[in-house]
Design a protein around this ligand. Structure first.
Ligand SMILES: [Zn+2]
Length: 212
């Protein structure tokens, strides 16, 4: 039986069957192929996965899962300040060359979510992350604080609690930026957003160490 697919995306009941590990053969292949290229449906299936885990613990134990890793191994969450994003695009291009898929929240569909929920769900479909802590673009703000944008600091806290990401976080920081005390102890790779490529060798080394 061919699966019903509505407006190009997988229907809810299909995703539910997938989350319950009930699809086989061609149907499973169809869903896997779509999920490989559609981050919106990855987010939706991650939601079903959480729902199944929360409401049907008995079923969860029947599911085959890779220890600690989500099905979207090659997704890499990018945490960055804004609004200039030339350096983010440079990092995205590097990841794509490495056959990894960058997940940048602002490029993802909103799916009717709050900003916090959207960021959390984007993290949920990743197995690693790259933090780009750069000074605030606003010169006036930058002259008053040596901290990076608040959203980046907030996202670091969130990333550190995501079980699917674990320790697979690459911290990159402009030497001018001061880190808050709760993660000052992490090793940072120096990163200048106007010379992003100078940090790429170090970034590749870290990503390879994750063995994704
Ligand atoms: Zn889709």
């Amino acid at each position: 039986m061919q699966l019903p697919i509505m407006s190009g995306h997988l229907e809810d009941d299909v995703l539910e069957q997938y989350a319950l590990n009930r699809l086989v053969g061609a149907n499973l292949d169809t869903v896997d192929d779509h999920l490989l290229v559609c981050q919106a449906c990855q987010i939706r299936v991650a939601e079903f996965d959480e729902y199944v885990a929360a409401t049907r613990p008995a079923l969860r134990s029947l599911r085959v899962k890779k220890a600690g890793l989500p099905p979207f191994l090659r997704n890499v969450f990018i945490s960055h300040g804004g609004p200039s994003i030339t350096h983010v695009e440079a990092v995205c291009e590097l990841l794509e060359v490495l056959d990894l898929t960058p997940v940048v929240s602002i490029y993802m569909p909103n799916l009717g979510l709050s900003i916090h929920d959207k960021v959390r769900k984007c993290m949920r479909i990743c197995s690693s992350a790259v933090v780009l802590a750069t000074p605030d673009d606003d010169e006036e703000v930058a002259s008053q604080t040596r901290r990076t944008r608040p959203n980046v600091e907030h996202e670091i806290g969130m990333l550190q609690t995501m079980p699917n990401i674990g320790n697979r976080i690459v911290y990159m920081k402009d030497p001018k930026v001061e880190s808050p005390s709760n993660y000052r102890e992490k090793c940072w790779i120096p990163f200048d957003k106007d010379r992003a490529s100078e940090s790429f060798v170090a970034l590749i080394k870290e990503l390879r160490a994750f063995a994704l």
